[in-house]
Structures are given as structure tokens and as C-alpha cells.
Design a protein around this ligand. Structure first.
Ligand code: C2E
Ligand code: CA
Ligand code: CA
Length: 677
């Protein structure tokens, strides 16, 4: 386990001198408010604490403070309250000193129960009182006497006062926010200004309406609360909708949209301060297998547990987001350098090392993490996301838990994108060719079956083996098309061989995810019909090295294939983690023992035991067995002794062209022994 880099070791926090000035600034503002208060009190104004109308207004300001609406904006939140409408109305109706006291009381009522520090409580109350005092001064300066007698003459002056109220409030708060976050004062003053002006404008222009009501009858004032409540309820709903659009419903983490805003903000801050920012994209390995075997509800719970585990490994200020399915992201800023970012990523990986225990099932979950740095790797949010994604894929490919972005990886992904486009065209242009590898009966006699193996004859790169393009086809949505092409070619070839007097059954490989293609059985039936071949002459090989999808679609496809009468073989048997589950689930008639067991059979007794037991198991279930990768005569003989029916391998025949295959089969008279004897 890596030592947790302690705060400040790699992060650059605002210099200590700045931090020290925040309480100082707060003290200065509080003192200023006290001086203004004494000055205003000196003019003879008094606070009508015995006037129930005044107390009603104080209560309304407090109510407004206690019902704030938090509007998510730019990765942060803006708090909007309607209390200032009533505060400003108090200024117009009762004068400066009563308004200052009302504002300070309302601020205290909201902050004290929220357990803010005394400095913050004092600052908030002082800043609110100063803003309303400044507005009062502005009104007096325009010649407007307070309290106002009628609204008619006071309207223009009160709008000017509202402007001053907003400006002073904003100018007092911005330095505190800048000191608190370590960002520039200008950033704080200018950030989101149109939004702030708009909301303050709407709230403050409500004040004259409240005053008009109060001057008519004070009983109308509570009615002003109704539109305020409507605004409040509407705003709360909007905030809820916004929340839904910005947060992931399952984990309550920010989603991709909100993460982008966080990144944009972090990059602005980093560019202001000359710091680095790190973006980590994390993807769980084999999460699909969890969904497939345990069901989606279980998968969801695991994702919640994973998000909680990740959250616990973060530093304060880091942002954790869920990008999709099993993909998470962590934004960390400021960071010192790549080494620090790697240490943080490794810490996230380590956090996953401890097993997850859910519903009494213990699961080991591993993650791959790609890291990209601002400004080293990218200077925009989108590019940073993309580069972290490239690093993630590189981590997956190299099976490393963490990879930092490197330009070399990018070429790789660009190549892959290019190659995917070329494969799409290649599929149309007949660049996919099929080779055939015969399966030899171990009892002797001529091969009765072959396996179709796809190759890509690339115009510039030459012949590419399936390992070089099947994963690409799977990732780029071309796999169903590829299956169709190979299927059409293979079945057409079976018909052609039949015309030449060679009868062969053909095995075609299916990627597990092809079973999610609901139209597959229908297309296979059509291809069989077009070639004039019976379904029994086709065998589908489904690898079990990757999980076979479950669920209603896959089940229906499997059932329709069974009804159609095509054979089904489990390929690479023994390499998956659920061999026996697959046997139970799929209506198979054959298993193909993976070549990794066969290859070492004559040297490794446990491999030989696995092969022998697998053959016995298959026979007990009434299944045929093919051994793959038979390279030596001794392996062939051993398999024959174990009762294995069929063998396939370089020692018997390599994958060859259709003509080569017919040739290899014809070499056998019907009763002739297998080669190597
Ligand atoms: P597979 O289904 O296990 O196919 C057998 C692979 O083993 C073939 O590799 C074959 O050339 C190789 N092989 C056969 N005998 C021996 C031997 O004695 N020793 C060794 N070392 N290897 C032997 P290939 O052609 O490279 O195919 C690799 C994999 O690509 C296949 O493994 C199959 O899973 C996949 N594949 C091939 N064609 C298709 C296709 O049309 N669709 C899909 N989805 N996958 C395909
Ligand atoms: Ca196969
Ligand atoms: Ca195989």
C-alpha cells in the first residue's frame, strides 16, 4: 500500500500569508459595519423592536434566509435567497438602522445553526448590514428621505439603491471568496456576473412591490410571500431537474456533463495560478462478467460500493464522477507533477484491492486507470478527457493498473480508428478471406469437419490474423457483419465441396456478443437456404474465454438456433471461469479443449489430468470432444487413448485455403489411418 501523500506535499495550496489575511479581512469588514452602525445610530435613527410590523418583516427576512435555493453553476453552486427583497423593503419602510439590524439578525439566524465559524458568521452579518447601509446612503444621496411616504416618487431612487445594494454586497463577498479558494480577485468578481445580476435584479425589484403592499395595508405583505413561494418552489424544482441532468442517479456522483464543467473551472484556476491538474479515468476490469453472472441489480450495488470506496480514497477537493457503466473519473487539482498524479491513481487502485462483500458474496474487483495532465497533455477539458481515455486503453492493453498518457499511445489509438474504418471497407470489398483447418477423427479415417478461420487480406499491411482484427471488429460494432461474411463464405464453400464430392461439416466462430443480435438465427437460416445446406452441417463455436451474455435476448437467440438444428460447440474449453455453467446453459453437442492444456499434456501431468477428466465429463454428458492444438504425435496418441473423438492442430494440418483443405481431405481413402502413423 502506498503512503498517502499528505496535504500540501504535492498540492500547492494558497501561500500561508494569504490564508492569514482572510480572518483579517473578515475582522476589517465587521469593524467597518460596527462603525457604520454607530455612525447611523448617531443620526438619531432607532430600531423599532417594539413595532410588530417591523418584527413581521424581520421574520420574513429570516424565512428567506432559511429557504435558500442552491443553483448548480460552473461546477459549483450559487446560493440564491429571496431575503434581500424583504431586507430592501425594510430599508425603504423603516430606514437604514432598522434594515442593518434586520439583515444582521437574519444572517445570524441562518449561520449560527449551520455552525459556521465565528469569523464567517460575523463576516456574513457585517457584509449584509453594510450592503443595506450603502443602499440607504445612496437613497439619501439621491434626495430620497427614509422611510418613504409613497412609492411614486421613490421608485427610481429605490431602483438605484437596489443597484448599490447589489454592487456593495458583491464587492464585499468577492475578496473573501478569492482568499478562501486561492483564486484571483478578478476571477471572483467577474465569475458568473450576468447570472448574479439577473437573479439579484429579479429579487430586488420585488422590494417596491412589497413596499407598495405595505403602504396600502400591512396585511397585504404576507401575500407577497406567495409569489416568493412560487419562485421558491419553481426554483427548487428547476434545481432538482438540473440535479438530475448533472448527477448520476445510481451513485449520486457528478456525471460527464458536470465533470466537464468542473474540469473547465479547474483548468481556468490552474492557468491563473500556474498549477497542474490531473484527470484520471478508471474502468473496472471484467465488470460485464459480474452483470452477466450476478444480474444487473447486483452490478448496480457493486457500482455503488465501488463509488463509495473511491470517494474514501480521495483528498478533499478532488472531484469523483461517473462517466458511464463501469467508468469513473477523478479530477485532482492542483497537483505537483506526474509522479504525484501516479501516486494518487495508484492509491485509487489500491483502494479497490480489498475484496467487496455484497450479499454474502466476496468479489475481487480490479480497475485500470488512465491519467492525463494539464497543461502537459492537453489544455482543454475535452482533450484532457480524451487523453485520459487513451491512457486508460493503453493500461488495459498492457494490463497495467495505471498508465500516464504518452504521445506514443495516441498514435496507437489513431491507428486503431483508422484501422476500424479500413475494416469496414474491407468487409465490403471482400478483403476477408477464410481458411479452413480440418478436424481429424482420432479413430482414423478422413476428416468430416473443418473449422473456418477468418483472415484479413489488407491491401497495404498484408495478411492480418484474427487476433489483429476480431477485437477491433467487436469494439467498432462490425462483428455481426464479419460473422455474416465468414458464415456466407463458409457455407458457400461447403456447397462447393459437396459439388466436388467432398462432404464436410463446417465450424464457424461466434463472438459471444453476437448472441445479443436477435436477427442472427434468421440470417443464418437464410444463408443456409441460399447455399442449399442443411442446418446440421453447420456448427457454431462459442468461445468461453469471454463471458457469454445472459438475459432474454441471448436466451431467445440460443433457443432459436437450437430449434433451427445447427450444432453448438464450446470453444477454448477450460479457459473461462464458468465452463460448467456454460455447459448447463447452452445446448451444446461438442466441446473443444483449449490448446493450452493439450500443448503441454505430454510434459505436464496435471494438464493431462485436466484433459482426461474433461473428456470423461463430456462423454458422461453425451458430448463429442475435439482437442485443439495437437502438434505432436505423442499428444495425438495420448488423446486417442483417452477416447477423444477429434483432433485439430498444426501436427495434423495447418489452416489452409479451401482448395488446400479439399486436397488434405481427399488424401484419405475413407478407411485410411490419420497422418503421423
Ligand atoms: P480458435 O477458435 O481457438 O481457433 C483456433 C486457432 O488455433 C487458430 O488460430 C488456429 O490457427 C490455431 N491453431 C490450430 N492448430 C494449432 C496448433 O497446433 N498450435 C497452435 N499454436 N495454434 C493452432 P487463428 O486462426 O489465429 O484464430 C485465432 C482465433 O481467432 C480463433 O481461435 C477464434 O477464436 C478467432 N477467430 C477466427 N476466425 C474467426 C471468425 O470468423 N469470427 C470470430 N468471432 N472469431 C474468429
Ligand atoms: Ca474456434
Ligand atoms: Ca479454440
Amino acid at each position: 500500500m502506498l503512503a498517502r501523500p499528505h496535504q500540501g506535499q504535492g498540492r500547492r495550496l494558497p501561500p500561508p500569508s494569504l490564508l492569514r489575511t482572510l480572518p483579517t479581512y473578515s475582522a476589517v469588514v465587521t469593524l467597518a459595519a460596527a462603525i457604520v452602525f454607530i455612525g447611523v445610530a448617531g443620526t438619531g435613527e432607532r430600531v423599532p423592536l417594539d413595532d410588530w410590523q417591523y418584527l413581521l418583516f424581520v421574520a420574513l427576512i429570516v424565512a428567506g434566509e432559511l429557504l435558500p435555493v442552491d443553483v448548480p453553476r460552473g461546477g459549483g453552486r450559487d446560493r440564491v435567497t429571496v431575503s434581500s427583497a424583504f431586507a430592501f423593503a425594510v430599508l425603504l419602510l423603516f430606514g437604514t438602522l432598522p434594515a442593518m439590524v434586520a439583515c444582521a439578525l437574519a444572517s445570524l439566524a441562518a449561520d449560527v445553526p449551520a455552525r459556521l465559524s465565528p469569523a464567517k458568521v460575523a463576516f456574513n452579518a457585517a457584509q449584509y448590514a453594510l450592503a443595506v447601509a450603502a443602499a440607504g446612503a445612496a437613497l439619501k444621496w439621491t434626495g430620497q428621505d427614509l422611510p418613504v411616504e409613497s412609492l411614486g416618487t421613490a421608485l427610481v431612487a429605490s431602483l438605484a439603491g437596489a443597484g448599490v445594494f447589489f454592487v456593495v454586497n458583491h464587492l464585499l463577498v468577492s475578496p473573501a471568496a478569492a482568499l478562501l479558494t486561492g483564486t484571483s480577485l478578478w476571477r471572483q468578481v467577474s465569475s458568473g456576473l450576468p447570472f448574479k445580476v439577473a437573479t439579484a435584479g429579479v429579487v430586488l425589484t420585488l422590494a417596491p412591490v412589497i413596499v407598495a403592499c405595505a403602504l396600502t395595508s400591512v396585511w397585504l405583505v404576507p401575500l407577497c410571500l406567495l409569489p416568493v413561494l412560487a419562485v421558491y418552489v419553481g426554483a427548487r424544482q428547476t434545481v432538482r431537474d438540473l440535479h438530475r441532468a448533472m448527477y448520476d442517479g445510481l451513485t449520486e456522483l457528478p456525471n460527464r456533463v458536470l465533470l466537464r464543467e468542473h474540469i473547465e473551472r479547474a483548468l481556468e484556476d490552474a492557468s491563473d495560478s500556474g498549477h497542474r491538474a490531473a484527470l484520471m479515468v478508471l474502468d473496472l476490469n471484467d465488470f460485464k462478467a459480474v452483470n452477466d453472472t450476478m444480474g444487473y441489480a447486483y452490478g448496480d450495488r457493486l457500482l455503488q460500493a465501488v463509488s463509495a470506496r473511491l470517494a474514501s480514497a480521495l483528498d478533499p477537493g478532488d472531484v469523483l464522477a461517473r462517466l458511464g457503466a463501469d467508468e469513473f473519473a477523478v479530477l485532482s487539482a492542483p497537483v505537483h507533477d506526474g509522479r504525484y498524479a501516479r501516486a494518487l491513481a495508484e492509491r485509487l487502485g489500491d483502494a479497490m484491492c480489498e475484496s467487496f462483500e455484497l450479499e454474502e458474496i466476496v468479489l475481487d474487483v480490479r480497475a485500470s486507470i488512465g491519467v492525463a495532465l494539464y497543461p502537459d497533455d492537453a489544455t482543454t477539458a475535452d482533450m484532457l478527457l480524451r487523453k485520459a481515455d487513451v491512457a486508460l486503453h493503453s493500461a488495459k492493453d498492457s494490463q497495467q493498473p495505471v498508465e500516464l498518457y504518452a504521445v506514443a499511445q495516441d498514435h496507437y489509438t489513431v491507428d486503431r480508428l483508422l484501422l476500424a474504418a479500413q475494416l469496414r471497407r474491407g468487409l465490403e470489398n471482400g478483403e476477408i478471406v477464410v481458411e479452413y483447418q480440418p478436424k481429424y477423427p482420432l479413430r482414423g479415417g478422413r476428416p468430416t469437419g473443418v473449422e473456418a478461420l477468418a483472415r484479413w487480406q489488407h491491401p497495404e499491411l498484408g495478411r492480418i490474423g484474427p487476433d489483429g482484427f476480431i477485437p477491433l471488429a467487436e469494439q467498432s460494432g462490425l462483428i455481426n457483419r464479419l460473422t455474416d461474411v465468414v458464415m456466407g463464405e463458409a457455407l458457400g464453400q461447403v456447397a462447393e465441396w459437396r459439388r466436388q464430392g467432398v462432404d464436410l461439416r463446417v465450424g464457424v466462430n461466434l463472438s459471444p456478443r453476437t448472441l445479443l443480435d436477435a436477427n442472427l438465427p434468421q440470417r443464418i437460416a437464410a444463408t443456409l437456404a441460399a447455399a442449399g445446406i442443411e442446418a446440421g452441417c453447420l456448427q457454431l463455436e462459442i468461445t468461453e474465454s469471454r463471458s457469454v451474455p445472459s438475459g432474454p435476448v441471448a436466451d431467445a437467440v440460443i433457443e432459436r438456433l437450437r430449434v433451427l438444428g445447427v450444432g453448438l460447440a464450446i470453444d477454448d474449453f477450460g479457459t473461462g471461469f464458468s465452463s460448467l455453467v456454460q455447459l448447463q446453459r447452452l445446448p451444446v453437442d461438442e466441446i473443444k479443449i483449449d490448446r493450452s492444456f493439450v500443448a503441454n499434456m505430454d510434459r505436464n501431468t496435471s494438464d493431462a489430468t485436466i484433459v482426461r477428466s474433461t473428456i470423461e465429463l463430456a462423454h458422461n454428458l453425451g458430448l463429442t470432444v475435439t482437442a485443439e492444438g495437437v502438434e505432436t504425435e505423442s499428444a495425438r496418441r495420448q488423446l486417442a487413448e483417452m477416447g477423444c473423438e477429434l483432433a485439430q492442430g498444426y501436427g495434423l494440418c495447418r489452416p489452409v485455403s479451401a482448395e488446400g483443405c479439399a486436397e488434405a481431405v481427399r488424401r484419405f481413402a475413407p478407411a485410411q489411418a490419420t497422418p503421423g502413423q
